[in-house]
Design a protein around this ligand. Structure first.
Ligand code: DAH
Length: 343
């Protein structure tokens, strides 16, 4: 009995002096003290050899020892797992960081930036204007006085509180605002969102985007307009692209034209995009009407200029092979994330 108690005392000292050091040593400790053939178990089998009057005292000592051995195991174990990689309660600073998902640019922004970049290389700068506009800047100054039949070309959203206010139907309002500033020569491209009261379908929407161009200086000619636009489409679609100008009508330009390019989808063979004509209209243009110049305080005897306006949605549909304009404004992340952040 005395010998057994001394043995327990030695084991107790041994356990207390152990410094926990890793999972392997922990397992060895468990097997040695707590395993099925371990020290605690074997000490319990000694009970039968202890004299009956000492059994109680021995039992108490042995139980205490067993608790000590188990407590040591538990604290060692929790220490081992806390600092280990599997611990969910603390961040594991050794793991590599999550990659932050990169956003992507909207296809309309990509197309707009492409167009702007081309004109910037020709010396155009970017100007913007308000989407809520007054009648003067959206219509009247552009040679569309009240009751002018051409106002019906664009179904306008008016603002209830003030009949003079509307959602701009085109980016041509920016031309007026820039010309009114009176700083010449003027060479600008004006991107922006525009609104028209149209039925929403795969082909048209009640809002969309345009880019307007304007160049005012002395001696600006229709030849300058053609060359500028030819440069633009060559940069955009490649040097093989063909253009044609058709006479057209806009109240704010005289003469006016619409410009087509040969169909980039079927290359002239005929398809639904070009409605089997081989040509796709991409913009309207013309020489700025003298009345528009004088409306903005510019002398039409001294200055001339050209202007053009184009939608952004259609070239984006063509470029990215999208068949429904509504996708642009639905914010479906599965659609949006297909466009890489190019510019
Ligand atoms: N504002 C016209 C539209 O929305 C587009 C346009 C045509 C703009 C000819 C122009 C232009 O500056 O010269 O349909």
């Amino acid at each position: 009995m005395e010998q057994l108690l001394r043995q327990i005392e030695n084991y107790r000292n041994e356990i207390e002096s152990i410094v926990p050091n890793g999972a392997e040593a922990l397992e060895a400790y468990r097997i040695k003290f707590l395993g099925t053939k371990g020290i605690v178990k074997s000490l319990f089998t000694e009970i039968k050899n202890v004299p009956a009057d000492k059994k109680k005292e021995f039992g108490l000592v042995l139980n205490e020892f067993k608790q000590l051995a188990e407590a040591k195991y538990e604290s060692w174990k929790s220490q081992a797992t806390e600092s280990g990689p599997g611990d969910k309660s603390k961040p594991d600073l050794t793991l590599p960081a999550d990659t932050a998902p990169l956003g992507s640019r909207h296809p309309i922004s990509l197309m707009r930036n492409n167009i702007i970049a081309i004109f910037q290389r020709l010396g155009f700068s970017v100007a913007e204007g308000p989407e809520i506009e007054d009648d003067w800047h959206n219509f009247t100054a552009l040679n569309l006085p009240e009751h002018h039949p051409a106002r019906d070309m664009q179904d306008t959203f008016y603002i209830h509180q003030n009949p003079d206010w509307l959602l701009r139907t085109h980016t041509s309002n920016i031309q007026i605002r820039e010309m009114e500033k009176g700083v010449l020569p003027l060479r600008i491209v004006c991107p922006g969102r525009v609104y028209r009261n149209e039925t929403i379908s795969a082909r048209s929407h009640c809002f969309f985007h345009q880019i307007e161009g304007l160049y005012i200086d002395e001696n600006v000619s229709f030849a300058d307009l053609k060359q500028t636009l030819y440069y633009f489409v060559q940069e955009m679609y490649g040097t093989d692209v063909k253009i044609r100008f058709r006479p057209s009508y806009f109240p704010f330009t005289e003469p006016s034209a619409e410009m087509d390019i040969n169909c980039q989808i079927c290359n002239g063979a005929g398809c639904t995009v070009c409605k089997h004509t081989g040509w796709v209209e991409i913009l309207g243009c013309g020489m700025v009407h003298p009345k528009v110049l004088s409306n903005c305080g510019i002398d039409p005897e001294k200055y001339t200029g050209f202007a053009f306006g184009m939608g952004i949605e259609r070239p984006a549909l063509l470029k990215y092979g999208i068949n429904d304009i509504r996708l642009f404004s639905e914010n479906d992340i599965r659609f949006l994330k297909q466009f890489t952040p190019a510019i």
